[in-house]
Design a protein around this ligand. Structure first.
Ligand code: SAH
Length: 464
């Protein structure tokens, strides 16, 4: 370990910054947050720094560097773009026994600034001993994405409730168990999703329950959209709640990698519908959700795409609500949006398409569709669950007057590494779909915009 990470209380302590450019400004923003007294030595200041000076938040010496400017400082930062000046600052500070940082120059520095994840009062500092600031920033981004944005609020909330909890649970082991449950349970989940009122109610209920020593735990369900396939398209909230769940019920379309983001010890139940095999009926899925939640567990229901787009999320939410189970819905990127992005097909496009419709032509619903409405030009129609209905779709659209030359595309396994994009026309679509031996899942997109597909891997079988 070449450097010891420490947290320094800089309130009202003097920090001298040499250099009033953009580099100095960045450091000064942090120093201001830490409420340090700041003296900037620089003939010129950036507009932001000048604004801080005018507002009395820092002192400005509009001079070139000279060593006596460091007198009285606890820390010194050299942020000029002149190596000779930075060297002089470093030497002068060391001679006075003041800790110095030369920005991006570990050799001339006594201390270095870490990359920071700030969820005050929780702060995480990341350093690479000056070897790669870029790596430190990347790690910071990764940690940022793991930590809920409202984590600081959670810490402050817990601190407000410390007294009341201690009054109800004077014995330490009981209190520890209570706080464990606090951070893993409904109160934290509600706070992290911005539901402060719900959190207060759950907190009070939790305390009442603890007082009654009944220990009855309330389960809950997260209806999570897992996106179209690429695990990087998972939302941050989905990852957070997935990390909390005791039980995960997942669909066929959810990838292994995404499932791997759940807690290792969580029970994982496949309720996926494999084409050609027996489905787990929706009623059975509802039963499983209720069963586990009523046992007091946190249940993640992971669905492909978005739970509320051809995902039966509404039915599950209804069942859970009726049973009084707290439920959080987390949106996911629906396949239509994922396929559009990964195939370079804009769903709307000025002068080409002003409307986009998500439909399914499967089962009985197919015959009830407003085919006349779907057969108009200058719109985009995205067909879900319709790979087996392509002959029928083509026939309906033609019957309602859509031209054989009208562009269409099939996007198979959108956003997966083996995605295929086939662009064609209405007239050639059925034959192409048969020849391509489409794998599940596939989307059919009909509209002029499909001619704009720009992806290099696009297999353009045109009028084949
Ligand atoms: N709730 C999901 C849709 C479930 S219905 C969502 O919002 O995306 C299942 C249908 O979605 C599939 O038959 C297919 O048409 C489409 N689909 C899902 N993932 C897909 C993908 N990665 N590529 C292409 N189509 C996909």
């Amino acid at each position: 370990m070449d450097y010891l990470p420490i947290f320094v209380d800089l309130r009202d302590r003097l920090v001298v910054v040499i250099g009033g450019g953009i580099v100095g400004e960045r450091k000064i923003e942090h120093l201001l947050k830490a409420r340090a007294r700041i003296r900037v030595v620089s003939p010129e200041l950036t507009p932001e720094l000048a604004a801080h000076r005018d507002a009395g938040r820092l002192d400005h010496l509009p001079l070139l560097f000279s060593p006596e400017q460091l007198d009285g400082a606890q820390l010194v930062v050299a942020a000029t773009d002149e190596e000779a000046v930075n060297e002089a600052v470093s030497q002068a500070a060391r001679a006075r026994g003041i800790w110095v940082n030369v920005v991006d120059d570990a050799k001339r520095s006594v201390f270095i600034f870490p990359a920071i994840v700030d969820r005050s009062p929780l702060i995480i500092a990341i350093g690479t001993a000056g070897s790669s600031p870029t790596l430190a920033r990347r790690v910071r981004t990764q940690i940022e994405s793991l930590l809920p944005e409202r984590l600081g609020e959670l810490a402050s909330y817990a601190s407000r409730w410390r007294g009341p909890v201690k009054a109800v649970l004077p014995a330490l082991p009981e209190r520890l168990r209570f706080w464990d449950h606090f951070f893993n349970g409904p109160v934290a989940a509600q706070l992290l999703t911005g539901n402060a009122a719900g959190a207060d109610v759950s907190m009070q209920q939790g305390l009442d329950a603890a007082r009654a020593a009944s220990g009855v735990q309330q389960g809950e369900v997260y209806l999570i959209g897992a996106g179209p396939g690429d695990p990087d398209l998972l939302t941050i909230r989905a990852q957070q709640l997935l990390q909390q769940a005791d039980v995960v019920l997942y669909d066929r379309l959810v990838s292994e990698v995404i499932l791997g983001r759940a807690r290792r010890d969580a029970e994982k139940i496949n309720v996926g519908k494999v084409p050609g095999q027996h489905d787990v009926p929706q009623a059975r899925i509802n039963e499983l959700l209720l069963h586990h939640a009523q046992r007091g567990l946190r249940v993640a229901r992971l669905k492909g795409g978005d739970p509320f787009v051809f995902g039966r999320g509404g039915e599950e939410l209804g069942v859970l609500r009726a049973a009084g189970i707290p439920t959080v819905v987390v949106p996911g990127i629906t396949a239509g949006l994922g396929a559009a992005a990964s195939s370079g097909i804009p769903l709307t496009h000025r002068g080409v398409s002003q409307t986009v419709t998500f439909v399914t032509a499967t089962g009985k619903q197919g015959s009830q569709l407003n085919w006349a409405g779907l057969a108009y030009p200058n719109q985009t129609v995205v067909f879900y669950m319709s790979a087996a209905q392509i002959d029928f779709i083509v026939e309906r659209l033609q019957a309602h007057g859509l031209a054989d030359t009208h562009p269409a595309a099939l996007v198979e396994r959108a956003t997966w590494p083996d995605q295929r994009v086939l662009t064609t026309t209405l007239g050639a679509l059925a034959a192409l779909a048969r020849a391509a031996e489409l794998k599940s899942p596939t989307l059919l997109i009909v509209g002029e915009v499909t001619a704009l597909a720009v992806l290099q891997s696009t297999v353009n079988e045109g009028e084949a």
